[in-house]
Design a protein around this ligand. Structure first.
Ligand code: FAD
Length: 496
């Protein structure tokens, strides 16, 4: 089959999946006003893969079928492969201003990273290695859209999951000849409304005890599996806007977030990747080096996002000519620094890529870790800078619909700026509002803070992974050397 078209993808979302929002079940995400904008954004991304001038950039030939498949499924064997994959990701990310973080390449790269390391999964039993490999090939050949959910619900973070008095986390409750039965909840699943399959993998650290084993699993199921309920947060889409130009981002890129409830969901054995295996769960992303591949994807997303926010600020300041002021130039320089920092880290990670034990090549982790740790603060500051530059103008422009209302003549006259006619000024400032002020922007800021994990615990991991000894040795070497020189000088000065 290979790459799908947008209309095939939209048709695949009409599969009786159980999605809940605002107290009601969603009939069809492709037509419901809370969902249809992002569903169309998904379709547009899939269609891009077929554009004659993009097909080579976005796809590669399947090693199995000779079909064109998404380049996000490539198992990189060289730096050139990493660069090619980055260009593919960047093309999708530029199309969504970096604001659709869970476009399918995110999970495609995720699953590919796991499949390359199938031998690691096989340590829990040969079948699990075969299963992850088999699922990867299925996803690649059928251009499957995936979401994932890794975290147990926020019930009691002061004790391990298996000791919580309210036992709400998803766990294995039964094993049958045909599969494993899962009951309980997981959080968060972004994009679940627009996914075909759900990966349920470990991330919370588990105690190596018998009682923790029911929570120690990894598997995949179609989102329309019986008993699987997707409970979405309220939408960030403005319903019934006078003009879609007023909400250019939120009307298209609200990828949705949800909680997943497993109401005795049967997972067939061939889709089980880890089963009652705490050791396999803990540190999985590190051991498989899948995280290095995933970081390469989301740092590329960050680059697209930084470039977008920088471009937005450049456009904004030109309209009212505030870029003549030095402190404004200082803030623009900050945006340049953020963008070029992310770009440099990605290139460094590619240049210093290393072979993995699995026959693939992974980008060097540390430059990507650095972006991972610093980008949340950078993005929040980018929003702040756009607010400081747009100032009252962000709320001083009307709906774009006013351009065609009874007040048209006044609007055309009074909403101009030195360097922009009223229509340009209104649409640009509405875009800036959506990017830096709106509830969509608030969710983006929250996303950047948490989607790759809790920053507090990530900082601990970052410190623990970092190769510190050479730097410590250098300090002791410098002190020992100085001490030795002082001792020698003292000995020389002493009377014979
Ligand atoms: C917009 C958004 C989209 C997301 N999308 C996805 C997704 O698609 N798939 C997915 O799997 N996950 C997703 N996540 C979830 C994300 O992985 C988690 O938010 C993240 O791992 C943090 O976990 P938590 O939210 O449960 O916070 P908690 O673990 O409950 O932490 C809350 C606060 O308490 C502190 N805290 C709690 N426990 C400890 C501890 N043991 N030690 C130190 N500090 C602690 C934290 O530092 C934090 O400040 C998403 C999150 C957001 C915000």
């Amino acid at each position: 089959m290979g790459i799908r078209t947008g209309s095939e993808v939209l048709a695949s979302f009409r599969d009786d999946r159980e999605i809940w929002i605002d107290g009601e079940r969603v009939k069809d995400v492709t037509t419901d006003p809370r969902f249809r904008g992002a569903a169309q954004a998904m379709a547009d991304l899939y269609d891009m893969q077929h554009e004659p001038e993009l097909v080579e950039r976005m796809t590669f030939v399947s090693p199995k079928t000779d079909d064109n498949v998404s380049l996000s499924y490539i198992e990189p064997k060289s730096i050139a492969d990493l660069e090619r994959r980055r260009v593919m990701v960047k093309t999708w990310m530029d199309a969504t201003c970096g604001m659709f973080g869970r476009s399918p390449d995110f999970m495609n790269i995720h699953v590919t990273g796991f499949a390359s390391a199938a031998s690691e999964f096989a340590k829990g039993g040969d079948a699990y290695g075969r299963n992850i490999r088999g699922y990867y090939e299925h996803a690649r050949e059928n251009d499957v859209s995936m979401t994932h959910t890794l975290v147990n619900p926020q019930v009691d973070r002061s004790v391990p999951v298996h000791e919580q008095s309210k036992d709400l986390a998803a766990k294995i409750v039964k094993e049958t000849d045909s599969g494993v039965v899962i009951r309980g909840a997981r959080m968060v699943a972004t994009l679940a409304a627009y996914a075909n399959d759900l990966m349920v993998m470990p991330s919370n650290y588990l105690q190596n005890e018998e009682a923790a084993k029911p929570y120690a699993f990894g598997f995949n199921v179609p989102v329309n599996t019986k008993g699987l309920k997707i409970v979405c947060r309220p939408t960030a889409v403005h319903l019934n806007p006078a003009s879609e130009m007023d909400y250019p981002l939120s009307s298209r890129f609200d990828e949705t977030d949800s909680m997943i409830i497993f109401d005795d969901v049967l997972v067939p054995w061939e889709r089980v990747f880890i089963y009652r295996n705490v050791e396999m769960c803990n540190g999985l992303y590190h051991r498989t080096q899948a995280m290095n591949q995933i970081m390469h994807q989301f740092c590329t997303k960050n680059l697209a996002k930084a470039e977008f926010m920088m471009g937005l600020a450049f456009a904004l300041v030109r309209t009212t000519k505030i870029d003549v002021h030095q402190h404004v130039q200082g803030m623009l320089s900050e945006l340049i620094n953020f963008t070029e920092f992310v770009r440099a880290c990605i290139r460094a990670a590619e240049a210093d890529a290393k072979p993995t034990p699995f026959g693939t090549v992974a980008p060097d982790a540390m430059p990507l870790w650095t972006v991972r740790m610093m980008f949340p603060k950078m993005f929040v500051r980018m929003c702040e800078i756009v607010q400081l530059m747009g100032a009252g103008g962000l709320v001083g422009v009307p709906s774009y619909a006013e351009m065609k209302g009874d007040l048209q003549a006044d609007v055309e006259k009074y909403f101009q700026a030195a360097n922009a006619d009223s229509a340009s000024r209104i649409k640009l400032f509405r875009l800036a509002y959506d990017a830096a002020v709106s509830s969509f922007s608030g969710r983006q800021q929250l996303y950047e803070r948490f989607y790759t994990g809790d920053p507090v615990r990530l900082a601990g991991q970052h410190y623990n992974f970092y190769a510190k000894d050479a730097y410590i040795d250098r300090i002791w070497g410098m002190l020992d050397n100085l001490e030795a020189r002082l001792d020698a000088a003292t000995a020389q000065a002493a009377p014979a």
